[in-house]
Design a protein around this ligand. Structure first.
Ligand SMILES: Nc1nc2c(ncn2[C@@H]2O[C@H](COP(=O)(O)OP(=O)(O)OP(=O)(O)O)[C@@H](O)[C@H]2O)c(=O)[nH]1
Length: 580
C-alpha cells in the first residue's frame, strides 16, 4: 500500500513492480494519505515486567529500536513482546488512530489511556477495530508526543511481521474503506467462481469443478481469517476462539482439494501417471492432518501441528513439479494451472521469507495474496471453461462418428431412425414422404469388380443422393446397399418426381456392374405418410413399393398406392403397387 508520504525515498524506490501495480490499485480507489512519522523500540517480555518498568527502560534507551514503517516481527511464543511507538514531529493533536498491519491472530494490549485496552481480530465489542488491520483510537487527553506502549501477548501462532501507522481519523477511515472495497472485491470474485463451479459440477456431473470449488473456498477462508475479514465486517462470531483451528484446517483442506483438482484438471493420468500416487497420498495425508488437528487429543494435535508445515512445503513442490511435467508433455490445462497458481506460490514463499525477517519493505504482500487468490480463481475458471469447451468438442466429434456411417458418411440406421421418429412426431400434420432405395445387381458388382469397387460405388451413390436432395432431407444408409430418405413437407406426387430424379442421377454415374455394359442403377419405393404412421410402418410400405420396383424390372420408382391416390397418367419408370 502506498500510503506513507514520509517513507524514505530509498525504501520507496526499492518497491518492485508488484508494489507498483497494487499501488496503482490503491490510487484508483483514493489518494495516498499522510501518516505521522514514528520511532519504535521493543524487547521480549519477561516475568515481572510492568508497563512502568518497560517505559522506564525505554526512556533509558535500553530497548532495541526499529523502524515502525517497515515490517518487524515480535516474538509472541512464550512471554510475548513489549513495543513502544513514539510519534515524531510535526505533532498532530487531532483525533488519531494507531494501526497495526497486517493484523496478528493474537492479542495486543495497549497502555495509553486510563485503562489498558486489548486489540484482537475476533474482538466484537463496540470499540474501534480496523478492517484488515488492528486499530486503536488514541484518547484525546493523550499528549501528541507521548509514547504508546503495546504488549504483543503470547500466542500459539507463529507471529507474522507487522508495521505501524499513526494517522488522523479521516485518513484512517479513508484507508479502511479503501481496504474494505479491495478485499470485498477479491472475496466476491472468489465466491462467484466457487458458485459457478458448483453449478457446473452439478450440471455436468464432473467432480473436477467440485474440487476446484473446495480449493478456492478454503483459500478464501484462509484469507478471511488471516485478514480478519470474517470477523469484521462479516462478524462471524462463531469463529471467535476457533480461528486457529479453522485456519489450519482450511490450509490442510485447501492443499487436499488443490491436489485432487490438479490431478484431474491437468490430466495427470495421461501426462504424468507416476506422480498421481504421491499427489493422492498428499491429499489423503492432508485430510488426516485435519482430523488429527481437530481430534482434541493433545498428542495428535501436536503431531499434526509439527507435520503441517513440512507437508505443505513438500506438497507445494510436488504440485509444481507435476504441473510442469504435465505442461511440458502437452497438457493445455497444466499451463492454466501454472499461470494461476504460481503467483500465489511465489507470494506464499515471499511471505514465509518475511516471517524469517527478510523483505521488511514489502508490506503489500498480504494484500497481494488476497488479490492473487482472486486472480487464480479467474485464471483457473477460464481454464475450466476451456476444458469444458474441449470436452464438448471431443463429445461432438464422438457423436458425429457415432451417428454417421463410416463408409458413406450419411446417417447410419440408428441415428436416421431416431431423427426420422422425432421428425414424424414433431410439428403440425403435414405431408411427409419416405424413399427406400436399393441398388440393383450390387452383388454382381461386388463379385465382378471386387469389394473395394463396391465400396467406391456406395460412396459415389451416397454423394450423388446427398447432392440431389435438399439439406433438410433426412438421408441415411439403412443396410448394405440400401438407403432411405425422409422428405419433410413433400406430398406423394412430388416425392415421385424426386425419386425419379434420383433414379436417373444414379444411372448417370455410369458405374459399370459387369463387362456386358450393365450400369449401376437403383430401385426406389415411395410411401407417403398416413395418419398414425411411425417410422417402422412407413419404412415397411416404402420397402414393399421398392420390391415392386425390383419386380417391375429395376432402375425404376414405385409408389405404394395404398397410402395415397395414385398419380394420374403414365409415368416414366413408375410401377404402381397394390396394398397387401
Ligand atoms: N462393397 C460392399 N458391398 C456390400 C456392402 N454391404 C453389403 N454389400 C453387398 O451388397 C450385396 C447385396 O446383394 P443382394 O442383397 O443380393 O442384392 P443385389 O445384388 O443388389 O440384387 P438386387 O437387390 O436384387 O438388385 C451383397 O453382395 C453384399 O455383400 C458394403 O458395405 N460394401
Amino acid at each position: 500500500m502506498e500510503r506513507l508520504v514520509t517513507m524514505p525515498t530509498s525504501i520507496r524506490s526499492r518497491r518492485s513492480w508488484c508494489g507498483f501495480v497494487l499501488g496503482l490499485f490503491w490510487f484508483g480507489l483514493g489518494v495516498a494519505h499522510a501518516a505521522t512519522p514514528l520511532n519504535g523500540a521493543w524487547r521480549e517480555a519477561h516475568a515481572g515486567d510492568t508497563p512502568q518498568s518497560v517505559l522506564h527502560e525505554y526512556h533509558a534507551g535500553l530497548l532495541k529500536s526499529f523502524d515502525p514503517s517497515l515490517l518487524q516481527r515480535f516474538p509472541q511464543n512464550s512471554t510475548g513482546s513489549w513495543v513502544v511507538i513514539t510519534p515524531q514531529p510535526p505533532w498532530d493533536n487531532t483525533a488519531r488512530v494507531l494501526t497495526i498491519y497486517p493484523p496478528t491472530l493474537g492479542t495486543v494490549t495497549v497502555f495509553g489511556g486510563d485503562q489498558p485496552e486489548t486489540l484482537a481480530l475476533d474482538d466484537f465489542s463496540a470499540s474501534t477495530h480496523g478492517h484488515g488491520r488492528l486499530a486503536w483510537q488514541l484518547p484525546a487527553s493523550m499528549a501528541a508526543s507521548a509514547p504508546i506502549l503495546l504488549k504483543f501477548e503470547p500466542s500459539q501462532t507463529l507471529s507474522a511481521p507487522v508495521r505501524f501507522h499513526l494517522e488522523s481519523w479521516n485518513e484512517y477511515i479513508r484507508a479502511d474503506a479503501q481496504w474494505l472495497v479491495f478485499a470485498s472485491a477479491c472475496f466476491a470474485v472468489m465466491l462467484a467462481m466457487v458458485l459457478m463451479a458448483l453449478c457446473f459440477a452439478l450440471m455436468l456431473r464432473d467432480v473436477t469443478y467440485a474440487w476446484y470449488a473446495g480449493y478456492i473456498l478454503c483459500y478464501a477462508l484462509i484469507q478471511g481469517i488471516q485478514t480478519g475479514f470474517v470477523f469484521h465486517p462479516m462478524e462471524w462470531e462463531l469463529l471467535s476462539g476457533t480461528a486457529l483451528l479453522a485456519g489450519s484446517a482450511a490450509v490442510a483442506l485447501s492443499v487436499a482439494f488443490a491436489s485432487l483438482f490438479m490431478m484431474r484438471f491437468c490430466e495427470l493420468q495421461s501426462y504424468a501417471p507416476l506422480l498421481r500416487v504421491p499427489i493422492m497420498a498428499l491429499a489423503v495425508g492432508m485430510i488426516q492432518l485435519v482430523l488429527m488437528r481437530s481430534s482434541r487429543i493433545p498428542l495428535l494435535v501436536e503431531v499434526a501441528q509439527i507435520l503441517l508445515n513440512p507437508l505443505l512445503m513438500i506438497g507445494a513442490a510436488l504440485l509444481l513439479v507435476a504441473a510442469i511435467v504435465a505442461a511440458a508433455r502437452g497438457s493445455r490445462q497444466a499451463w492454466f494451472f501454472l499461470a494461476g497458481w504460481t503467483p500465489l506460490l511465489l507470494l506464499t514463499a515471499l511471505t514465509s521469507a518475511q516471517v524469517g525477517g527478510a523483505l521488511p519493505q514489502l508490506d503489500w504482500l498480504n494484500d497481494a495474496s488476497l488479490a492473487g487468490g482472486a486472480f487464480e480463481a479467474v485464471v483457473l475458471s477460464i481454464g475450466l471453461a476451456d476444458r469444458a469447451l474441449r470436452l464438448r468438442h471431443d463429445r461432438d466429434i464422438v457423436r458425429v462418428l457415432a451417428d454417421h456411417d463410416a463408409l458413406t458418411n450419411v446417417l447410419n440406421r440408428r441415428a436416421w431412425t431416431e431423427r426420422a421418429s422425432a421428425l414424424l412426431s414433431s410439428g403440425p400434420p403435414r405431408p411427409i414422404a419416405l424413399l427406400f432405395l436399393d441398388l440393383d445387381h450390387f452383388k454382381l458388382l461386388n463379385d465382378r469388380q471386387g469389394h473395394n469397387a463396391g465400396d467406391r460405388a456406395l460412396v459415389a451413390v451416397a454423394k450423388a443422393l446427398a447432392t440431389e436432395l435438399r439439406p433438410a432431407d433426412l438421408l441415411g444408409r439403412y443396410g448394405g446397399e440400401e438407403f432411405v430418405a425422409l422428405l419433410d413437407g413433400i406430398p406423394a406426387q412430388q416425392a415421385l418426381q424426386v425419386a425419379t430424379r434420383l433414379c436417373r442421377r444414379v444411372h448417370r454415374l455410369e458405374i459399370p456392374v459387369s463387362e456386358d455394359s450393365l450400369l449401376l442403377s437403383v430401385s426406389i419405393g415411395v410411401a407417403a405418410r398416413r395418419e398414425g404412421d411411425d417410422v417402422e410402418s412407413l419404412v415397411d410400405r416404402a420397402d414393399q413399393a421398392m420390391y415392386d420396383a425390383k419386380l417391375g424390372g429395376r432402375n425404376r420408382v414405385s409408389l405404394h398406392v395404398g397410402s395415397v391416390q395414385a398419380p394420374a397418367g403414365p409415368r416414366l419408370h413408375v410401377v404402381e403397387t397394390r396394398e397387401r
